[in-house]
Design a protein around this ligand. Structure first.
Ligand code: PGA
Length: 248
């Protein structure tokens, strides 16, 4: 089994509460040494999660941020606020946010705001089933990647991760074949290399969409993903522990 570091990023979406997070994280502390871990937490629990996980290498981050700096944007949370509560990263461009209206232009503004902080970025990209079937997904993914290309210089890529999440695989229990994941991630890495011919560091490219305890090892061993973004299967601590055990 290969020993490459494999980043497991859990996205809790709009789930959990104070008590369940406390219990969950006390179990995570026991397995945190086995593989790099990150958790994208609802805003209101970020500061407390960061506090619970201090003295560990576990990364804590937000699921989205505002495209604006500050002001009359009721209900929004700025990149600077996310930095202020000590977050390590922020997801941007999740397909559930794109579905609610985020355009690539909005996403680029969010990336620009995050660039002014110390918070790393996880940009989610992914095509629809129709785009996959009619082979237009490559141009679509490139367009989504342009938001990073227009925002970050080659020497800033250590702050960027890409999560390839086909929309049709999110929350459906369906995943692409390992060959398709491998080919698409290779293509994404090639697109990045074409734009940044000699980066100091290539961004990690994760796979997301119906990752679970049964397929995580296959993804780790049989694709060139640098990690996974896990939604539903991360919510149950026992399942999550089994996933980590399966890859270590
Ligand atoms: P899923 O979600 O693992 O439940 O498919 C992944 C995601 O939305 O990031």
């Amino acid at each position: 089994m290969s020993q490459k570091p494999f980043f497991v990023l859990a996205n809790f979406k709009m789930n959990m509460d104070t008590a369940s997070l406390k219990k969950y994280f006390s179990n995570i502390k026991k397995i945190a040494k086995y593989t790099p871990l990150g958790f994208a937490i609802p805003y209101v629990y970020l500061a407390n999660s960061k506090k619970i996980m201090r003295h560990t290498a576990v990364k804590i981050g937000a699921q989205d941020c505002s495209a604006f700096d500050k002001g009359a944007y009721t209900g929004q949370i700025s990149a600077a606020m996310i930095e202020d509560v000590g977050c390590d990263f922020c997801i941007v461009g999740h397909s559930e946010c794109r579905k609610r209206g985020d355009s690539n232009a909005d996403i680029q503004h969010k990336l620009e705001k995050l660039k002014n902080t110390n918070v790393s970025v996880v940009l989610c990209i992914g095509e629809s089933l129709e785009q996959r079937k009619n082979h237009t997904f490559d141009a679509f993914l490139l367009e989504q990647l342009q938001t990073v290309f227009s925002t970050f210089d080659a020497n800033e890529l250590e702050r960027v991760m890409i999560a390839y999440e086909p929309i049709w695989a999110i929350g459906t229990g369906i995943t692409p074949s390992m060959e398709d994941i491998q080919a698409t991630i290779l293509m994404i890495k090639r697109m990045i290399a074409d734009h940044y011919p000699s980066p100091m560091m290539m961004p990690k490219v994760l796979y997301g969409g119906s990752v679970n305890q049964n397929n995580i090892l296959d993804i780790k061993e049989n694709t060139n993903a640098d990690g996974v973004l896990v939604g539903g299967a991360s919510l149950d601590i026992e399942e999550f522990q089994r996933m980590i055990k399966n890859i270590c």
